[in-house]
Design a protein around this ligand. Sequence first.
Ligand code: HEC
Length: 125
Amino acid sequence: MKALKIILSIFLIGLIFGGCAYNWIVEEEVIDPTDPDAPEVSFSAEITPIFSAKCTSCHTTGNQMPDLTPSNAYSSLNSSRYINTSDPASSLIYTKPSPTGSHVKYSESEAALVLTWITQGAKNN
Ligand code: HEC
């Protein structure tokens, strides 16, 4: 009986301290656009894949503007119509697909990446 209690206690203590660690759930990482130390967002490696996954079915060459195919996306977006580096959050390429808008939407982490990329100067990197 005593041994059983000890075993039970060890089991319970283990459960209390180890049982509730939800570390197998991979959280979606959201970059902080206001963080000056945020790692530099790469247009070609991080932004164009979002466009290819969600936008180029319509925004393709010769179709709906802006052309968001990987080879043309930067030159299509590089204008004050789509990007406003002095007020990044007002940029059309950020506001149009915002998670709260009515267009095809970025996820929260995609929106944060786009905003961070604009905040960092909207470079062709
Ligand atoms: C199902 C087709 C479709 C998809 C997918 C789509 N769009 Fe659009 N988009 C349109 C149409 C049609 C318009 C023009 C009408 C309007 O402004 O709503 C438009 C307009 C825009 C505009 C404004 C263009 C301008 O010059 O006024 C932006 C910016 C834009 N889309 C970005 C995106 C982004 C970024 C994605 C992907 C996250 C996306 N769209 C996905 C159809 C689409």
